[in-house]
Design a binder for this molecule. Structure first.
Ligand SMILES: Cc1cc2nc3c(=O)[nH]c(=O)nc-3n(C[C@H](O)[C@H](O)[C@H](O)COP(=O)(O)O)c2cc1C
Length: 398
């Protein structure tokens, strides 16, 4: 099941390190090539000799080995791996990665790899529930690192609670699941826009809308997970994305237009989820506008129509747009698809419960160039992202 897969197994200083021997044996038995890296504390719990016998490879423990290696070993290891699995992952290791610390060979490899990284935490319940640890896990999850939940039960220290490392069999199943994920966008470059734009009125005010970026970030993550090279052009948003995604931050519609133009030529597909402001103040007032005795009028100008412009130079690229409509949704979306030369349009009505901005779900209809509409039920934006990427894969094969 793991034939040909290259896995780095990181072992850190926790009692559960004894389970890593069994885990290594199972990974090998499933066909994986396993390179073990142990921290100095890890070696206090289980010997490199045991891991060497099971992995059939010399165990790596030093950043600066006495016998100097040629080149930068941490980079070649990071590039070699299809997956980095840290089991057990200590409180300390999780904290270090979350803070960007790379002070030994394991943390340095993790910091420099583009491969998925899996942590199997194992620690005392108070350490696991410590808000610092929980915040670190949350932060890393948002950055695309994955965690195999520890179990609840008797811990080695005598306490009872959550913190026991998942069993080797469960970890193996998770690894197989992850490495089995569809990689149907390998070799493709996907450009995604997300969130809103902000059009300044004066030094402190702007015109904008309620888009948070959740839909666009979900599309970017899904494309990335399925092997694409992803550039995400995002307006202001509080969201984080996987470190392997090329995130380009912009603020105004003009900035978004320039960024899309710059990356469009090298892309195979563009998914425009961003809610770009249609209008911007004609001129930016210097400083802060003073309170007026009388009414204030703002002159607005049209912002660039990014989708229309990209539609004109689309060629064989796949163009996917979004439409927010509160009336005659299907008809309006079909017109927009035609006008802007799109391949697929996703329309939703934000007035429906569970759809639109500031929620994790959506109710959408997918319409293709032939006018065929697929109405989808209420689903998470992640699930909708999967559906959109499924369609995109088919369109890219035309
Ligand atoms: C007997 C013993 C057991 C330990 N078990 C754990 C553990 O299960 N989880 C953990 O996070 N730390 C545990 N620690 C503490 C770590 O070994 C310590 O924080 C160390 O600095 C971790 O280093 P590393 O993350 O580089 O491997 C234990 C320490 C001792 C002495």
């Amino acid at each position: 099941m793991l034939k040909g897969k290259k896995i780095i197994l990181g072992i850190t200083g926790g009692i559960a390190a004894y389970k890593s021997a069994e885990l290594c044996r199972r990974l090998k038995k499933s066909g994986a090539e396993v390179q073990v890296i142990m921290t100095q504390s890890g070696m206090k719990f289980i010997t490199p000799l045991t891991m060497e016998c099971l992995s059939e490879k010399e165990v790596i423990t030093e950043m600066f080995p006495e016998r100097r290696m040629v080149g930068t070993r941490h980079i070649s290891l990071a590039q070699w791996a299809d997956l980095v699995l840290v089991a057990p992952a200590t409180y300390n290791l999780i904290g270090k990665i979350s803070c960007g610390i790379a002070d030994d060979i394991l943390t340095t490899v993790i910091s420099s790899t583009k491969a998925p990284v899996f942590f199997a935490p194992a620690m005392n319940v108070n350490m696991y529930e410590n808000p610092i640890c929980q915040q670190n896990i949350e932060k890393l999850r948002k950055l695309g690192y994955r965690f195999i939940e520890p179990g609840v039960g008797d811990l080695a220290c005598g306490d009872v609670g959550k913190g026991r490392m998942a069993e080797p069999e469960e970890i193996l199943n998770e690894v197989i699941k992850l490495l089995d994920e569809k990689k149907d966008l390998t070799g493709k470059s996907i450009l995604v826009t997300a969130s809103r734009t902000e059009e300044p009125i004066d030094a402190v005010r702007f015109l904008s809308n309620r888009s948070t970026g959740r839909m666009g970030y979900a599309v970017a993550e899904e494309a990335f997970k399925r092997g694409a090279k992803v550039t995400l052009i995002s307006g202001p948003s509080d969201l984080n994305c996987s470190s392997g995604i090329n995130l380009v931050k912009v603020r105004t519609a003009d900035e978004m237009y320039k960024a899309v133009k710059k990356h469009f030529a090298k892309s195979d597909a563009l998914v425009m989820t961003a809610a770009v402001s249609d209008f911007a103040p004609e001129k930016l007032s210097s400083g802060k506008l003073k309170k007026q005795e009388t009414e204030l009028s703002l002159n607005l100008k049209q912002t660039p129509d990014i989708l229309r412009e990209m539609g004109k130079q689309k060629g064989k690229k796949v163009l996917v747009g979004f439409a927010v409509e509160t009336k005659d949704e299907i008809q309006n979306a079909k017109s927009k698809l035609k006008e802007k030369n799109l391949d697929l349009i996703i329309v939703n009505n934000p007035n429906l419960k569970g759809a639109g901005f500031e929620v994790d779900t959506n109710i959408a209809t997918l319409i293709d160039r032939k006018g065929k509409a697929e109405r989808l039920p209420l689903m998470s934006k992640k699930e909708l992202a999967e559906k959109i990427i499924d369609r995109m894969v088919k369109l890219l094969k035309r």
